[in-house]
Design a protein around this ligand. Structure first.
Ligand code: TYD
Length: 211
């Protein structure tokens, strides 16, 4: 009998989509069920990747080029994959990651106009060796999300990028949903947190991640 590989689930959405609330609920639910899982986030999740995160999100680095930004996200990701994600999957665990390669497609390829091919190329490690089994996209437009949240965080360079940018990020995600219809599942994030979580559990059960 072979060793069963774990399952890799990523969570995506625009700023203020309620992703963090759902992640907390999901972590609690999995712990209560006694499931072994690794939770991690991007950019970050390892010492090296967290250091890279500080550079990327530093509001003083206004002059960072779009290419540099994309490469730094890819570097943080490559480290996280090698150090944490692949070993956990080999141990048969569920890996939950708050943002992953689709954020690079939505933010860097689409909203920053670097193009899909460039971002795919610099993320070759992820694309060929470590693609998610399932991606939950918390679907709410940035206009509705910012209204609900009451504005952008002042200490986050990416959140300060303006309404038009975030509209483009959202369009990027919708494009990704069309490009990867099997992998990416849209969750209606305009509902109440409990209703959204019921949808999350349904999808995870249906995809045999839990249950
Ligand atoms: P974070 O505070 O973790 O945002 P959130 O709580 O919305 O997940 O900051 C991460 C920021 O980095 C967020 O604005 C999305 C952006 N990002 C990219 O632009 N490209 C990427 O590949 C990733 C992983 C994140």
């Amino acid at each position: 009998m072979g060793i069963e590989k774990g399952k890799f689930v990523t969570l995506e959405g625009c700023e203020g989509s309620g992703k963090s609330t759902q992640i907390e609920k999901l972590k609690k639910y999995l712990s209560d069920c006694g499931k072994e899982f690794l939770f991690t986030r991007e950019p970050g999740g390892t010492r090296i990747s967290e250091d890279i995160r500080r550079i990327i999100l530093n509001v003083d680095y206004e002059n960072m080029t779009d290419e540099t930004e994309a490469l730094l996200y890819a570097a943080a990701r490559a480290q996280l994959i090698g150090e944490k994600i692949l070993p956990a999957l080999d141990r048969g665990e569920i890996v939950l990651c708050d943002r992953y390669i689709d954020s690079s497609f939505a933010y860097q390829a689409y909203a920053r106009s670097l193009g899909y091919d460039f971002v795919r190329q610099i993320n070759e490690v992820a694309f060929t060796r470590c693609m998610p089994d399932l991606t939950l996209f918390f679907d709410i437009s940035p206009d509705e999300a910012f209204q609900r949240k009451g504005g952008a965080d002042a200490d986050d360079r990416l959140e300060q990028s303006g309404t038009e940018f975030h509209r483009r990020v959202y369009e990027g995600y919708l494009m990704l949903c069309r490009k990867f219809p099997e992998r990416i599942v849209r969750i209606d994030a305009r509902k109440t947190p409990d209703e959204v979580f019921a949808l999350v559990k349904d999808v995870l059960t249906e995809r045999k991640i839990i249950g």
